[in-house]
Design a protein. Structure first.
Length: 145
């Protein structure tokens, strides 16, 4: 996103600097205006970077707050989603086909939406990463003792 914004700013400022060459006659004025435009471009880039850093920090703060919360379910919410997803997969791909085959029923295929796979895969990935990180931290603490 940051690169796209910088590209947009450069696309806007580039024609303006070309226009400065056509309109301004002295080299000193031309250089002054180009420097001012470059300063505006740099200030905008800094503002965008600071905003991106704030967004990332706020997301991190939310995740840390969830993990440090005393509520036991909040800590188990991600594993619950993982287990729920596994239950859906087990039902769809193993139990329903097995039962319909045994009963001789022609049961229509129910498709799992791609959004499920995207969301479940994301939650599973974050949960796995965090659990691995927790175990590594625990191991390091035990080694220090």
């Amino acid at each position: 996103m940051f690169k796209n914004i910088l590209k947009l700013v450069s696309t806007i400022i580039s024609p303006v600097t070309d226009m400065i060459d056509d309109v301004v006659t002295t080299d000193e004025e031309r250089l002054k205006l180009k420097n001012k435009l470059k300063e505006i471009e740099n200030n905008l880039a800094i503002a965008v970077m600071e905003h991106e850093q704030e967004v990332i920090k706020s997301k991190k703060d939310v995740m840390v707050a969830e993990l440090e919360q005393d509520d036991k379910y909040t800590k188990r919410a991600r594993p619950t989603v993982v287990y729920g997803g596994l239950a859906v997969i087990l039902l769809k791909h193993i139990l329903v086909p097995f039962i319909t085959e045994l009963a001789g029923i022609n049961f229509p295929d129910i498709a799992i939406p791609s959004e499920f796979w995207l969301a479940w895969g994301g939650v599973t990935g974050v949960y796995s990463f965090r659990r691995t990180q927790e175990k590594l931290e625990k191991t390091k603490l035990e080694e220090k003792k």
